[in-house]
Ligand binder design. Structure first.
Ligand code: SAH
Length: 223
């Protein structure tokens, strides 16, 4: 490829044409953080869904991953990642609640030095651990537990990202957020959830609304 041609290319370039189209669509939808767009361009989403759904992996939609759970819509993954990073030096340690297939985990692991991720459904946790190991991620710690209690031994976290919704943010998660830390979570009744960004400041917690979302529920216990 000539230097002239490459100087006209976007700053991110994906392996698959469909993946590049997805990145372009997210940019049009307002995702402005090039670090996040670069991670979406890099992580092979088709390896996180069943064979039968691979042709749809770069559509901007949520898809089923079994056990009545879903892989989140790429736009929402990008929005949540952008919110937890903030417009500054990336957080050092981020806790994700709801590993699911591990796609959001991989996006975080591209951008953050250490990622902790907790899942309550054992087969999903084990499958994600295997998949992300095969993709050579070495900066992820996997927990099989009820993440509504957070993950106390490794707290506090500079960022907490919850990929399941509840009526309110569990108090344990607020407590495990470091000073100046950022928490992103869907909050509200099923069918009317809002994505919330909560920043911990010296004066207390500061909340921002990032729009309507639809997530599976945060459930108690593990199975
Ligand atoms: N981040 C995932 C989204 C998966 S859907 C992805 O990109 O694929 C939400 C996940 O949250 C499900 O796997 C569900 O089992 C998990 N979950 C729900 N309640 C939980 C809890 N209390 N603790 C940990 N995980 C939970």
């Amino acid at each position: 490829m000539s230097a002239r041609r490459s100087s006209h290319m976007a700053t991110t370039s994906a392996a698959h044409p469909a993946q590049q189209r997805l990145v372009d669509e997210l940019r049009r939808q307002g995702i402005a953080d090039e670090r996040v767009l670069g991670a979406i361009a890099k992580v092979p989403r088709h390896l996180f869904v069943d064979d039968a759904l691979q042709s749809r992996a770069y559509e901007n939609t949520a898809l089923p991953i079994g056990h009545a759970q879903t892989i989140s819509q790429p736009y929402v993954v990008a929005l949540m990642t952008q919110a937890v990073l903030g417009g500054r030096k990336p957080p050092q340690r981020v806790l994700e609640i709801g590993t699911g297939c591990g796609y959001q985990t991989a996006i975080l692991a591209e951008l953050v030095p250490v990622v902790f991720t907790v899942e309550r459904i054992k087969p999903l946790s084990e499958q994600a651990r295997k998949r992300l190991g095969a993709l050579h991620y070495r900066n992820i710690h996997f927990g099989y537990a009820d993440g509504s209690q957070g993950w106390l031994p490794y707290a506090p976290y500079d960022g907490i990202l919850v990929t399941a919704g509840a009526e309110a943010v569990p108090p344990a998660l607020m407590q495990q957020l470091a000073p100046t830390g950022r928490l992103v979570m869907p909050v509200g009744p099923q069918g009317a959830q809002r994505l919330k960004l909560i920043e911990r400041r010296i004066a207390g917690f500061h909340e921002q609304d990032l729009g309507a979302v639809s997530f599976v529920p945060l459930l108690p216990g593990k199975c």
